[in-house]
Design a binder for this molecule. Structure first.
Ligand SMILES: NC(=O)c1ccc[n+]([C@@H]2O[C@H](COP(=O)([O-])OP(=O)(O)OC[C@H]3O[C@@H](n4cnc5c(N)ncnc54)[C@H](OP(=O)(O)O)[C@@H]3O)[C@@H](O)[C@H]2O)c1
Length: 280
């Protein structure tokens, strides 16, 4: 049986993706923010897919020490179950913010959750992914375009704009996937970014302020999260790892010219410093 890890599995795109993988016979290690939401999502999936093989882990992935903790819990679970490798890791947890807010590490929250959490969790689980020639999938977005990484002020402390922070974090998702491929494709690990499109979820309504108001209108035009969920399964079901980086509706998609090896390396080095880790 193939085992996958997915973050942000309690609602929206992550919930439907976890359901789809469970129905396809994968063992799903699902990460959420709160125990209550994990329990709710577990019952929801089990009601439509009673045979689902699910295990739940609840931590606040915005906080670096909680990313470490969830990685430890996943490793302990794998050891207990005698599982030595992971087939895929889907870094999907994400948030939007209306103003500058920081984590306990002092990092801007969208950058911390949307990029750094996945960067750190992937590093922690890398040995398991490398054993099986695993696939890492980042939930990116079309909004990664029309922006550059603000290298001299990556948290946008000096001049904060919530949309710029969100867009930059989604560009970082693709740069991270590119960086993983540059480093590990020869060892059999492949990474991807998925653009889910505009999806009717509550992401913008989990925060107060302008984003909440804007998202109430914007999401009306969104599709069901069951639609992008198919893209993650599609990538994992290909017998040979697809060679293209960025996907939308199960099709190869063009991406920003900012997604270069040079920028990917720069982001890797910066993120290693910010997370206090080293990939090698
Ligand atoms: N919706 C769209 O149109 C759209 C478009 C492009 C990209 N995306 C991306 O898709 C991904 C999923 O978003 P969604 O639209 O499905 O929104 P969502 O329903 O709000 O899902 C976000 C998930 O992340 C979890 N989460 C939030 N904060 C967390 C934290 N501090 N620690 C751990 N988990 C946390 C949420 O847990 P709770 O359930 O407890 O809140 C939830 O499971 C995000 O990366 C987003 O940027 C969405």
């Amino acid at each position: 049986m193939k085992t996958i890890v997915i973050t942000g599995a309690t609602s929206g795109i992550g919930l439907e993706t976890a359901r789809l993988f469970a129905a396809a016979g994968y063992r799903v290690l699902a990460v959420g923010h709160s125990t209550a939401n994990c329990e709710k999502a577990n019952s929801d999936i089990k009601s439509t897919c009673p045979e689902a093989m699910l295990a739940w882990f609840a931590e606040d992935l915005m906080q670096q020490r909680e990313v470490e903790r969830v990685a430890g819990e996943i490793k302990a679970f794998l050891a207990k179950e005698g599982v030595e490798s992971l087939y895929a890791l889907i870094n999907n947890a994400g948030c939007a913010r209306s103003w500058y807010m920081t984590t306990e590490d002092g990092y801007e929250q969208q950058f911390a959750l949307n990029h750094l959490a996945g960067f750190k969790l992937t590093c922690e689980l890398l040995p398991y992914l490398l054993k099986e020639g695993g696939r890492v999938i980042m939930t990116s977005s079309e909004s990664h375009t029309g922006i550059k990484v603000h290298w001299n002020d990556v948290m946008l402390r000096r001049r904060y704009n919530p949309l710029t922070a969100y867009k930059q974090s989604k560009l970082c998702n693709l740069l991270f996937a590119k960086g993983l491929n540059d480093r590990y494709a020869s060892a059999g690990l492949h990474a991807y970014g998925v653009d889910p499109g505009l999806v009717k979820t509550d992401i913008g309504n989990k925060t107060a302020g302008i984003v909440d108001i804007f998202w109430k209108f914007r999401k009306r035009h969104g599709v069901s999260p069951t639609i992008p969920a198919k893209n993650y399964l599609f990538i994992c079901e290909q017998p040979e790892p697809p060679q293209w980086l960025y996907w939308y509706l199960c099709r190869e998609q063009k991406y920003s010219r900012q997604v270069t090896s040079e920028n990917a390396t720069r982001l890797f080095e910066l993120s290693e410093k910010l997370c206090g880790i080293s990939y090698k």
